[in-house]
Design a protein around this ligand. Sequence first.
Ligand code: FAD
Length: 458
Amino acid sequence: MHLTAKVCIVGGGPAGFYTAQHLVKVSDVSVDIYERLPVPFGLVRFGVAPDHPEVKNVINTFTQTAQHARCSFHGNVRVGKDVTVEELQEAYHAVVLSYGAEGNRTMGVPGEDLAGVYSAKDFVGWYNGLPRNSELRPDLSCETAVILGQGNVALDVARILLSPVDILKKTDITQHALDALAESSVRRVLIVGRRGPLQVACTIKELREMVNLPGTRPEMEASEFEGIAETLKSLARPRKRLTELLLKAAIETPGEEELERRNRAERAWGFRFLRKPLEVLPSTDLIRAAGIRLAVNRLEGDGEGVRAVATGEVEDVECGLVISSIGYKSLLIDPAVPFDARKAIIPNTMGRVQQTAGLYCSGWVKRGPTGVIATTMNDSFDTARTLLQDIGKGTLDVSTVKPGSQGVSALLEKRGVKPVSFSDWEKIDSEETRRGEIKGKPREKMLDVGEMLQVARA
Ligand code: FAD
């Protein structure tokens, strides 16, 4: 194998770091990671809920990779704008696209643009300190919030809306979100899905957190659970456990202690099944959301093939906050890259971008925005293996000398772009930790890219 194969990775999230980790561990290639923001780790920093600190421990592994002698981090470089993918291909033997899914699916219903309607992506970005969402200022002055979608992100949002502020203030949630949540009037969160209780897309950990959330009680419609208990025996184990927990929260008579806890609760949450959004209903001044009109569905078919079909019935629910959590979506960042607009992924075979030698992909942009960090890890290791196989087979040419980061640095300098190194990020990290310590939280994130750059360069 050529001794100085140079690979660059676009995106400093889990996919980028896991791809880099495998490459530097099992071969002697050198790897440069280019990241749009001055700070690394993608959705581990900006997606994972603040009250899930244990999930963020992967940052320690990513840090070890970034500090590896043959790995460098170049933050504050937006590929597709500051440097093109073609220019990266000129400078490196291979380019791995790992830039995630920064768009979101829209509901496509009237009223979606009213004040009080947000995507979960923006709402999560707001409480997690994503610079582009720092000015979101969601209006939390209403009593009922409706979340559309029943996956883990929907449950993260519901939990953050209903959690006692005393719990949240010990996390790395941003101060502006904490202040807004402390003033919030939201007392009831309905989590709406097109299909039934057997199709909820969340995992048991997230559901258990809702069930045990201090100060809240479940508020479900018993009629939506008719016939569900009878199906338990036929369910595969994970789905069975999830459904048992759901039934326990929804229809079982609670024991004395739990009953007392529920009676004391000032806030409520519940799933609403077999409902599809038709329209966000406006307030009388037509400015903000005042409710949501839902189509009532019924299910057809069974097992994996079960489908929701409209019954023709509609239901209006009064609410002042609507958060759509129906999925993230990858975007095209450079016209030179093949892109499947329908599936919103880069078309690939085992991580090799179709019809483009030397171009690879990993993570959410490779397989779509689903799966946990461990799924992303496996998929990124697969892409790294594919790339190394191609070097081994000679189908990826590494025989010519490539300039690597030196070539890219020269281009960036000409364009007035100043990259942030990993040690620069460590300065931001220390400052955020210091600010957090004063408040008794793990960190207080900086919200402004300008401020991040100032601290990085101090
Ligand atoms: P990302 O994490 O999005 O990383 C992509 C990176 O590319 C980002 O840093 C981005 O800034 C960068 N980028 C984008 N465009 C460019 C560009 N043009 N140039 C350079 N860089 C660019 N998983 C769990 O295991 N546990 C959890 O609790 C959990 N919670 C989650 C909560 C939410 C709200 C979400 C959305 C996901 C959660 N996940 C969780 C899933 C996990 O975050 C993903 O599996 C993982 O982050 C996907 O990794 P990725 O690298 O493909 O994408």
